[in-house]
Ligand binder design. Sequence first.
Ligand code: SF4
Length: 329
Amino acid sequence: MSAEKFLEVRGLKKYFEVSRPGFFSRAAPRLVHAVDDVSFNLRRSEVIALVGESGCGKSTLALLLMGLEEPTDGVISFEGQVINHVSDSDRKDLRRKIQMVFQDPYESLNPTQTIEEVINEPLEVHGIGENKKERDQRVKKALEDAGLKPAETYLKRYPHELSGGQRQRVVIAAALVLEPEIILADEPVSMLDVSIRAEIINLLADLRITRKIAVIFITHDLGSVGFFADRVAVMYLGRIVEIGTMLEVLEKPQHPYTKALLSVIPVPNPRMRRERIILKGETPNPIDIPSGCRFHPRCPVAIDACKVSDPPFIKHSQTHQTACLLLVK
Ligand code: SF4
Protein backbone atom coordinates (compact mmCIF):
# COMPACT_ATOMS: atom_id res chain seq x y z
CA MET A 1 0.00 0.00 0.00
CA SER A 2 1.33 3.45 -0.85
CA ALA A 3 1.96 5.77 2.08
CA GLU A 4 -0.59 8.23 0.66
CA LYS A 5 -3.38 5.67 1.04
CA PHE A 6 -3.19 5.79 4.84
CA LEU A 7 -5.55 8.63 5.85
CA GLU A 8 -6.96 10.92 3.17
CA VAL A 9 -9.37 13.79 3.64
CA ARG A 10 -10.99 15.44 0.62
CA GLY A 11 -13.32 18.44 0.59
CA LEU A 12 -14.47 17.79 4.16
CA LYS A 13 -17.24 20.05 5.47
CA LYS A 14 -19.16 20.22 8.71
CA TYR A 15 -21.88 22.83 9.05
CA PHE A 16 -24.01 23.13 12.18
CA GLU A 17 -27.46 24.60 11.84
CA VAL A 18 -27.97 27.28 14.50
CA SER A 19 -31.41 28.54 13.51
CA ARG A 20 -34.05 27.59 11.01
CA PRO A 21 -36.38 30.24 9.56
CA GLY A 22 -40.14 29.90 10.01
CA PHE A 23 -42.13 27.50 7.83
CA PHE A 24 -43.26 30.22 5.39
CA SER A 25 -39.91 32.04 5.25
CA ARG A 26 -37.73 31.81 2.15
CA ALA A 27 -34.58 32.58 4.13
CA ALA A 28 -31.87 29.91 4.29
CA PRO A 29 -31.07 28.30 7.66
CA ARG A 30 -28.19 29.94 9.52
CA LEU A 31 -25.14 27.68 9.55
CA VAL A 32 -21.88 27.62 11.48
CA HIS A 33 -19.19 26.68 8.95
CA ALA A 34 -17.03 24.81 11.47
CA VAL A 35 -15.03 22.84 8.88
CA ASP A 36 -15.27 24.20 5.36
CA ASP A 37 -13.63 22.29 2.53
CA VAL A 38 -10.59 20.74 4.20
CA SER A 39 -8.27 18.41 2.26
CA PHE A 40 -5.03 16.78 3.39
CA ASN A 41 -3.44 13.38 3.76
CA LEU A 42 -1.60 11.78 6.67
CA ARG A 43 1.15 9.24 6.08
CA ARG A 44 1.87 6.22 8.25
CA SER A 45 3.81 7.26 11.41
CA GLU A 46 3.80 10.88 10.30
CA VAL A 47 3.18 13.76 12.71
CA ILE A 48 1.08 16.67 11.48
CA ALA A 49 0.59 19.70 13.70
CA LEU A 50 -2.80 21.27 13.09
CA VAL A 51 -2.52 24.85 14.25
CA GLY A 52 -4.98 27.71 14.61
CA GLU A 53 -6.75 29.99 17.05
CA SER A 54 -9.54 28.52 19.17
CA GLY A 55 -12.78 28.27 17.19
CA CYS A 56 -11.00 27.72 13.84
CA GLY A 57 -12.49 24.22 13.49
CA LYS A 58 -9.54 22.01 14.42
CA SER A 59 -11.36 20.14 17.22
CA THR A 60 -14.42 19.61 15.00
CA LEU A 61 -12.09 18.21 12.36
CA ALA A 62 -10.73 15.73 14.94
CA LEU A 63 -14.28 14.67 15.90
CA LEU A 64 -15.07 14.08 12.21
CA LEU A 65 -11.98 11.91 11.82
CA MET A 66 -12.99 9.94 14.92
CA GLY A 67 -16.49 9.41 13.53
CA LEU A 68 -18.00 11.30 16.48
CA GLU A 69 -19.54 13.83 14.07
CA GLU A 70 -21.10 13.15 10.66
CA PRO A 71 -19.63 15.24 7.81
CA THR A 72 -21.95 17.55 5.90
CA ASP A 73 -19.93 16.78 2.76
CA GLY A 74 -16.56 15.40 1.68
CA VAL A 75 -14.71 12.14 2.00
CA ILE A 76 -12.54 10.59 4.71
CA SER A 77 -10.75 7.42 3.70
CA PHE A 78 -8.52 5.21 5.82
CA GLU A 79 -6.27 2.56 4.30
CA GLY A 80 -8.05 3.00 0.98
CA GLN A 81 -11.57 2.61 2.39
CA VAL A 82 -14.12 5.43 2.68
CA ILE A 83 -15.12 5.66 6.36
CA ASN A 84 -17.69 8.48 6.34
CA HIS A 85 -20.59 6.11 6.82
CA VAL A 86 -19.67 2.67 8.14
CA SER A 87 -21.52 0.00 10.08
CA ASP A 88 -21.38 0.03 13.89
CA SER A 89 -19.00 -2.95 13.94
CA ASP A 90 -16.65 -1.31 11.41
CA ARG A 91 -16.84 1.93 13.39
CA LYS A 92 -15.85 0.02 16.54
CA ASP A 93 -12.84 -1.40 14.71
CA LEU A 94 -11.91 2.07 13.47
CA ARG A 95 -12.15 3.47 16.99
CA ARG A 96 -9.52 0.93 18.00
CA LYS A 97 -7.22 2.08 15.21
CA ILE A 98 -7.85 5.83 15.59
CA GLN A 99 -7.65 6.99 19.19
CA MET A 100 -8.10 10.44 20.66
CA VAL A 101 -6.30 12.12 23.54
CA PHE A 102 -8.22 15.09 24.90
CA GLN A 103 -6.99 18.32 26.39
CA ASP A 104 -8.14 17.76 29.95
CA PRO A 105 -6.81 14.61 31.66
CA TYR A 106 -8.97 15.42 34.71
CA GLU A 107 -12.15 15.07 32.65
CA SER A 108 -10.92 12.10 30.61
CA LEU A 109 -10.47 9.83 33.63
CA ASN A 110 -13.18 8.34 35.82
CA PRO A 111 -12.17 9.34 39.37
CA THR A 112 -13.73 6.17 40.86
CA GLN A 113 -11.61 3.78 38.76
CA THR A 114 -8.09 2.65 39.57
CA ILE A 115 -5.49 3.18 36.86
CA GLU A 116 -5.59 -0.57 36.16
CA GLU A 117 -9.37 -0.41 35.60
CA VAL A 118 -9.01 2.68 33.38
CA ILE A 119 -6.50 0.96 31.08
CA ASN A 120 -8.25 -2.41 31.14
CA GLU A 121 -11.68 -1.02 30.19
CA PRO A 122 -10.91 -0.44 26.46
CA LEU A 123 -9.66 -4.04 26.24
CA GLU A 124 -12.95 -5.29 27.71
CA VAL A 125 -15.01 -3.07 25.39
CA HIS A 126 -13.15 -4.30 22.30
CA GLY A 127 -12.90 -7.91 23.48
CA ILE A 128 -9.11 -7.90 23.24
CA GLY A 129 -7.00 -10.45 25.14
CA GLU A 130 -7.55 -14.18 25.49
CA ASN A 131 -7.63 -14.11 29.27
CA LYS A 132 -6.96 -11.91 32.28
CA LYS A 133 -3.24 -12.71 32.26
CA GLU A 134 -2.87 -11.46 28.70
CA ARG A 135 -4.92 -8.33 29.41
CA ASP A 136 -2.79 -7.62 32.51
CA GLN A 137 0.34 -7.83 30.39
CA ARG A 138 -1.12 -5.44 27.82
CA VAL A 139 -2.13 -2.99 30.58
CA LYS A 140 1.39 -3.02 32.06
CA LYS A 141 3.05 -2.60 28.67
CA ALA A 142 0.80 0.33 27.77
CA LEU A 143 1.59 2.06 31.09
CA GLU A 144 5.32 1.51 30.69
CA ASP A 145 5.29 2.66 27.05
CA ALA A 146 3.53 5.80 28.28
CA GLY A 147 6.44 6.39 30.67
CA LEU A 148 4.79 5.17 33.91
CA LYS A 149 7.43 2.72 35.13
CA PRO A 150 7.35 0.34 36.87
CA ALA A 151 3.68 -0.19 35.97
CA GLU A 152 2.97 -1.99 39.29
CA THR A 153 3.53 1.30 41.13
CA TYR A 154 0.51 2.84 39.38
CA LEU A 155 -2.00 0.01 38.91
CA LYS A 156 -3.89 0.37 42.20
CA ARG A 157 -3.76 4.16 42.41
CA TYR A 158 -6.60 6.56 41.58
CA PRO A 159 -6.35 9.53 39.19
CA HIS A 160 -6.42 12.08 42.05
CA GLU A 161 -3.23 10.54 43.43
CA LEU A 162 -1.29 11.44 40.28
CA SER A 163 0.15 14.69 38.94
CA GLY A 164 -1.34 16.35 35.84
CA GLY A 165 1.47 15.00 33.65
CA GLN A 166 1.05 11.46 35.03
CA ARG A 167 -2.71 11.66 34.40
CA GLN A 168 -2.12 12.64 30.78
CA ARG A 169 0.28 9.68 30.48
CA VAL A 170 -2.53 7.42 31.80
CA VAL A 171 -4.85 8.83 29.12
CA ILE A 172 -2.20 8.09 26.50
CA ALA A 173 -1.73 4.57 27.93
CA ALA A 174 -5.51 3.98 27.64
CA ALA A 175 -5.15 4.85 23.93
CA LEU A 176 -1.98 2.78 23.47
CA VAL A 177 -3.46 -0.38 24.96
CA LEU A 178 -5.61 -0.74 21.82
CA GLU A 179 -2.50 -0.51 19.61
CA PRO A 180 -3.84 2.37 17.50
CA GLU A 181 -2.39 3.46 14.17
CA ILE A 182 -3.33 7.11 14.61
CA ILE A 183 -3.56 9.28 17.72
CA LEU A 184 -5.52 12.53 17.48
CA ALA A 185 -4.08 14.63 20.28
CA ASP A 186 -6.35 17.63 20.89
CA GLU A 187 -4.37 20.27 22.79
CA PRO A 188 -2.80 17.49 24.90
CA VAL A 189 -0.41 19.79 26.76
CA SER A 190 -2.34 23.03 27.13
CA MET A 191 -3.66 22.14 30.63
CA LEU A 192 -0.23 21.03 31.87
CA ASP A 193 2.56 22.93 33.60
CA VAL A 194 5.09 24.36 31.17
CA SER A 195 7.76 22.15 32.80
CA ILE A 196 6.05 18.91 31.77
CA ARG A 197 4.70 19.91 28.34
CA ALA A 198 7.97 18.94 26.67
CA GLU A 199 7.84 15.51 28.37
CA ILE A 200 4.44 14.69 26.86
CA ILE A 201 5.49 15.99 23.43
CA ASN A 202 8.68 13.86 23.65
CA LEU A 203 6.55 10.86 24.61
CA LEU A 204 4.36 11.30 21.50
CA ALA A 205 7.52 11.77 19.40
CA ASP A 206 8.91 8.47 20.78
CA LEU A 207 5.66 6.60 20.12
CA ARG A 208 5.62 7.48 16.43
CA ILE A 209 9.06 5.82 16.21
CA THR A 210 8.67 2.86 18.59
CA ARG A 211 5.05 2.02 17.71
CA LYS A 212 4.86 3.59 14.22
CA ILE A 213 1.85 5.65 15.29
CA ALA A 214 0.83 8.65 13.19
CA VAL A 215 -0.14 11.70 15.25
CA ILE A 216 -2.33 14.69 14.48
CA PHE A 217 -1.22 17.18 17.10
CA ILE A 218 -3.85 19.87 17.48
CA THR A 219 -2.71 23.11 19.08
CA HIS A 220 -3.47 26.83 19.19
CA ASP A 221 0.21 27.46 19.97
CA LEU A 222 2.48 27.34 16.95
CA GLY A 223 5.41 27.72 19.36
CA SER A 224 4.71 24.30 20.94
CA VAL A 225 5.16 22.49 17.61
CA GLY A 226 8.96 22.78 17.90
CA PHE A 227 10.79 20.10 15.95
CA PHE A 228 8.22 17.44 16.78
CA ALA A 229 6.03 17.66 13.65
CA ASP A 230 6.93 16.52 10.14
CA ARG A 231 4.37 18.89 8.64
CA VAL A 232 2.34 21.82 9.85
CA ALA A 233 -1.18 22.69 8.64
CA VAL A 234 -2.50 26.11 9.59
CA MET A 235 -6.27 26.50 9.92
CA TYR A 236 -8.26 29.71 9.80
CA LEU A 237 -12.03 29.93 10.04
CA GLY A 238 -12.69 26.30 9.08
CA ARG A 239 -10.08 26.03 6.30
CA ILE A 240 -6.46 24.95 5.98
CA VAL A 241 -4.79 28.07 4.61
CA GLU A 242 -1.23 26.76 4.48
CA ILE A 243 0.45 23.36 4.70
CA GLY A 244 4.10 22.39 4.41
CA THR A 245 6.97 20.72 6.16
CA MET A 246 7.71 21.98 9.63
CA LEU A 247 10.83 23.82 8.44
CA GLU A 248 9.04 25.38 5.46
CA VAL A 249 6.18 26.71 7.55
CA LEU A 250 8.21 27.83 10.56
CA GLU A 251 11.14 29.32 8.65
CA LYS A 252 9.46 30.54 5.44
CA PRO A 253 5.79 31.08 6.21
CA GLN A 254 3.86 32.20 3.12
CA HIS A 255 0.37 33.03 4.31
CA PRO A 256 -0.05 36.36 6.15
CA TYR A 257 -2.01 34.56 8.90
CA THR A 258 0.85 32.10 9.51
CA LYS A 259 3.29 35.02 9.59
CA ALA A 260 1.13 36.75 12.21
CA LEU A 261 0.94 33.60 14.38
CA LEU A 262 4.72 33.17 14.20
CA SER A 263 5.43 36.81 14.94
CA VAL A 264 3.96 36.59 18.46
CA ILE A 265 5.97 33.54 19.56
CA PRO A 266 8.51 34.62 22.18
CA VAL A 267 12.09 34.15 20.90
CA PRO A 268 14.95 34.41 23.44
CA ASN A 269 17.57 35.50 20.89
CA PRO A 270 16.86 39.18 20.00
CA ARG A 271 18.58 38.76 16.60
CA MET A 272 16.11 35.99 15.67
CA ARG A 273 13.01 38.00 16.60
CA ARG A 274 10.42 38.72 13.91
CA GLU A 275 8.54 41.94 13.53
CA ARG A 276 5.33 41.58 15.53
CA ILE A 277 2.24 41.54 13.30
CA ILE A 278 -0.97 42.63 15.01
CA LEU A 279 -4.03 41.50 13.07
CA LYS A 280 -6.95 43.87 12.70
CA GLY A 281 -10.17 43.05 14.58
CA GLU A 282 -11.47 39.72 15.79
CA THR A 283 -11.87 36.40 13.99
CA PRO A 284 -15.17 36.75 12.06
CA ASN A 285 -18.25 34.84 13.16
CA PRO A 286 -18.22 31.42 11.41
CA ILE A 287 -21.93 31.99 10.62
CA ASP A 288 -21.09 35.02 8.45
CA ILE A 289 -17.97 34.00 6.53
CA PRO A 290 -16.46 37.03 4.73
CA SER A 291 -16.69 37.05 0.92
CA GLY A 292 -13.66 36.23 -1.23
CA CYS A 293 -10.66 35.32 0.88
CA ARG A 294 -12.11 34.79 4.35
CA PHE A 295 -8.99 36.33 5.89
CA HIS A 296 -9.32 39.63 3.97
CA PRO A 297 -10.92 41.76 6.75
CA ARG A 298 -7.83 41.12 8.92
CA CYS A 299 -5.11 40.71 6.33
CA PRO A 300 -2.38 43.37 6.41
CA VAL A 301 -1.62 42.90 2.68
CA ALA A 302 -5.13 42.46 1.27
CA ILE A 303 -5.94 43.88 -2.13
CA ASP A 304 -9.37 44.66 -3.58
CA ALA A 305 -9.49 41.34 -5.47
CA CYS A 306 -9.31 39.53 -2.11
CA LYS A 307 -12.86 40.69 -1.31
CA VAL A 308 -14.29 38.74 -4.22
CA SER A 309 -11.93 35.84 -5.00
CA ASP A 310 -10.56 33.10 -2.81
CA PRO A 311 -7.06 31.80 -3.57
CA PRO A 312 -6.27 28.10 -3.25
CA PHE A 313 -4.66 27.08 0.00
CA ILE A 314 -0.90 27.31 -0.01
CA LYS A 315 1.26 24.27 -0.41
CA HIS A 316 4.92 24.97 -0.18
CA SER A 317 5.40 24.32 -3.85
CA GLN A 318 3.93 27.79 -4.34
CA THR A 319 4.30 31.13 -2.63
CA HIS A 320 1.52 33.24 -1.26
CA GLN A 321 2.23 35.73 -4.05
CA THR A 322 1.58 32.93 -6.56
CA ALA A 323 -1.71 32.17 -4.84
CA CYS A 324 -2.65 35.83 -4.93
CA LEU A 325 -1.70 36.10 -8.61
CA LEU A 326 -4.08 33.22 -9.29
CA LEU A 327 -6.66 35.26 -7.45
CA VAL A 328 -6.10 38.46 -9.45
CA LYS A 329 -6.28 36.70 -12.84
FE1 SF4 B 1 -4.48 38.37 2.35
FE2 SF4 B 1 -5.58 38.47 -0.06
FE3 SF4 B 1 -3.80 36.61 0.48
FE4 SF4 B 1 -6.22 36.51 1.56
S1 SF4 B 1 -5.72 36.32 -0.59
S2 SF4 B 1 -4.32 36.18 2.61
S3 SF4 B 1 -6.63 38.67 1.91
S4 SF4 B 1 -3.47 38.84 0.43
